[in-house]
Each structure stands twice: as C-alpha cells, then as structure tokens.
Write a protein that binds this ligand. Structure first.
Ligand code: 13P
Length: 231
C-alpha cells in the first residue's frame, strides 16, 4: 500500500499570500525528492485558499478539512462535496476531533458527511480517537462504497501537544482498527508527528501514512518527514 502524507493546515496561515508562500516553499523543498509515485502527498488548506493555490508543477494533491452532507441548497455557510470536487479537491478530512469539540459534530453528522463525500468519489479521511467510534461513524456505509475511505487514528492527548502517542499504543490501536475494517483500507496516524518519530509509526506501528498538523506549517520539517519515509 502506498504511504499517504496529509498536511492539515487547520486555521492557518492567516492570509492568502502566506498560504501561497508556504505552498511554494513546500513544492520547492520536496521537488528534489523522488517521493512521487511512492507517497501521496496531500495539503488541506482552509476553504478560501483551496481554489487560489497554484498547484502547477507538483504532484501534491489538494484536500479540504471538512464538507457538508448535501450537494447544494439552503444551508448557510456550508461547503459541499460537489463544490470541492469542482475546484479540484481529491481528499476531504471528516470528523476531526477539533470539529467534534468546537462545532459539536456528532457521530450521526459525521456519518452523513462520510457517506456524501464517498458518494462524490472524494478520498475521505475519517478521523477517530479510537476504534469504538467506527461503528457509529460508518453506520450503513456499505463495503462496496468504502473504496475511497481512509481511517486516521488521532489520540486527543497527542494533538498539538508535542506529546506523541507511544509506538506501542499506536500499534495496539492500529490492530484494533484493522480487526474492524479489514486489511484493504489505509490507516493513518496523527498527533505530534515530527521528523524524528514519523518513520516509527509507519515501520513499527504499521500505519500507511500520517496526518500532520503543526509540522506541516514548517516547510523544512515537513520536507524532513517525507524524506525520512522516502527510502
Ligand atoms: P499536530 O500534528 O499539530 O499534533 O496535529 C495533528 C492533527 O490534528 C492533524 O489532523
């Protein structure tokens, strides 16, 4: 299975100019690596930047950090999977713990979002804090429609804290998730990933990629993470 490295920029940077600069630096840094074909690199900027970023000359893919469950209609403030698809998004993150916390997203809402984005053919990155959430978040999602589903294990204590999950615990959770979803779907790890621990999650804890917050805003560190997996 190909490794997938996803940058979740969250609500950063604070303006379009800085977003363009950040992307340009990342493109420039990783252009020397032979990652293309071996690793899928995805950047998930805030919504307003997605359609404005210059993705020419790179194999980096674009993703969004959320989407709604309807394609269009009277839903003030929402952005639909159809719209994301239209502006070139290939990935979408659903159910991040920060959205569960601050936007009070429930498993039922997340379930609707997962179904809608899968139906649109978006690679759908479902974030979970543990295997117990899978049943509700994937309720009535048929095996046949799961082809574009990606799971991301993100323990809350590790998110943005600089206290990464131990490799042992990450491996244990990976094994639990695999028991439920089987062998075919990718599982990512997220939470205080940096260039020193990235490889361990892939090689020792059996993850198929990483969901990276803080370190993805630092082009040098993001480059080092990808470089550490390149071999
Ligand atoms: P950090 O890498 O900043 O801990 O964030 C992880 C995360 O929430 C990615 O979605």
């Amino acid at each position: 299975m190909k490794n997938i490295i996803i940058a979740n920029w969250k609500c950063n940077p604070e303006n379009l100019e800085k977003a363009g600069e950040l992307l340009a630096k990342i493109k420039d840094k990783i252009s020397d690596l032979s990652w293309s074909g071996k690793i899928d690199v995805v950047i998930c900027p805030p919504f307003p930047y997605i359609a404005c970023l210059n993705m020419e000359g790179t194999d980096i893919k674009l993703g969004a950090q959320d989407c709604f469950w309807e394609d269009k209609g009277a839903y003030t403030g929402e952005v639909s999977p159809l719209m994301l698809e239209d502006i070139g998004c290939k990935y979408v993150i659903i159910g991040h713990s920060e959205r569960r916390k601050y936007q009070k997203e429930t498993d039922q809402m997340i379930n609707s979002k997962v179904k809608a984005s899968l139906l649109r053919g978006l690679k759908t990155v479902l974030c979970i804090e543990g295997s117990s959430q899978i049943k509700d978040d994937l309720k009535d999602v048929s095996k046949e429609s799961m082809g574009n589903l990606i799971l991301a294990f993100e323990p809350i204590f590790a998110i943005g804290t600089g206290k990464p999950c131990s490799v042992d615990l990450a491996l244990k959770e990976n094994t639990e998730i695999r028991k439920i979803i089987g062998d075919s779907l990718p599982i990512l790890y997220g939470g205080s990933v940096n260039s020193s621990n990235a490889k361990d999650y892939i090689e020792k804890a059996n993850y198929n990629g990483l969901l990276i917050g803080g370190a993805s805003l630092n082009p040098e560190e993001f480059f080092k993470i990808i470089a550490s997996l390149e071999g």
